[in-house]
Design a protein around this ligand. Sequence first.
Ligand SMILES: Nc1ncnc2c1ncn2[C@@H]1O[C@H](COP(=O)(O)OP(=O)(O)OP(=O)(O)O)[C@@H](O)[C@H]1O
Ligand SMILES: [Mg+2]
Length: 292
Amino acid sequence: MPDDTTTAKAADPALVHAVNVHKSFHGNEVLKGIDLDVRRGEVVVLLGPSGSGKTTFLRCINQLESIDGGRIWVDGELMGYADKGGTLHRLTDRQIAAQRRDIGMCFQRFNLFPHKTALENIMEAPVHVKGQSREQARVRGMELLERVGLKDRPSAYPAQLSGGQQQRVAIARALAMDPKLMLFDEPTSALDPELVGEVLDVMRGLARTGMTMIVVTHEMGFARDVADEVVFMDGGVVVEQGAPRAVIDNPQHQRTRNFLRRMRAEQEEFVHAAAALADIPVPDPGAGGAAR
Ligand SMILES: Nc1ncnc2c1ncn2[C@@H]1O[C@H](COP(=O)(O)OP(=O)(O)OP(=O)(O)O)[C@@H](O)[C@H]1O
Ligand SMILES: [Mg+2]
């Protein structure tokens, strides 16, 4: 019996190779057989209504959740399990933590250490997990702060930074571990609208460097410009996937069309509410809203 890990790496150029992933919580099946391949350097945007399983799927990729069926490989390595002659054996927590180290994750809430400065937050894992010297970690931390546009704020504490700045520190912190893969779970949805752009710009820059990224977001502009592929999930299955323009502008499935229509309506409502607050005359809704 060949070693599955090696064969997967040799035969498949995908950095993430997920096959028939199943996950239930207390008998409630949340992922019902997800297949997804992400090639090196690719950006995949995951879309889908609330409760469709997007977060759960990201958490399964980096083994914050164990899976009940299927397999996930990241860079040829089977996540969470050792395959011994076709039988899966759960890895130890220590081994799983080691696998997770190669995957950066960025959530809606930034979870920075409040009592540490921006630079100290970034240095924390390289020093304590990777055993880098403080000096090495500091130099790299400063490079990363520059990359996320915050080189003048190394000594700021999270409470002294805006939400957008905190999220950029959180991205720099994830990058400090030199991840092979970055997972983003609605990284801008907790931000004030005027701060969304600066975080998306950092993510765009990251994509340009060739980072492999899976991004859960409702930012359609980002999906259109940056994603190589858009995947629409609903009810724990992948309903539709393809090039951004195909999925967003010409969806083939009714469920995708319904979701996009709902999202556009919400965004329009938001624009109207914002305009009303700013005392800007709102255009006549009949005169030309977004295409339905
Ligand atoms: N730890 C858990 N225990 C029990 N049920 C859970 C758990 N985590 C998620 N679920 C359930 O799994 C389903 C999918 O949740 P998930 O958070 O993955 O959806 P989502 O697509 O990320 O939604 P949203 O857009 O609201 O973030 C939901 O019904 C949720 O209640
Ligand atoms: Mg979610």
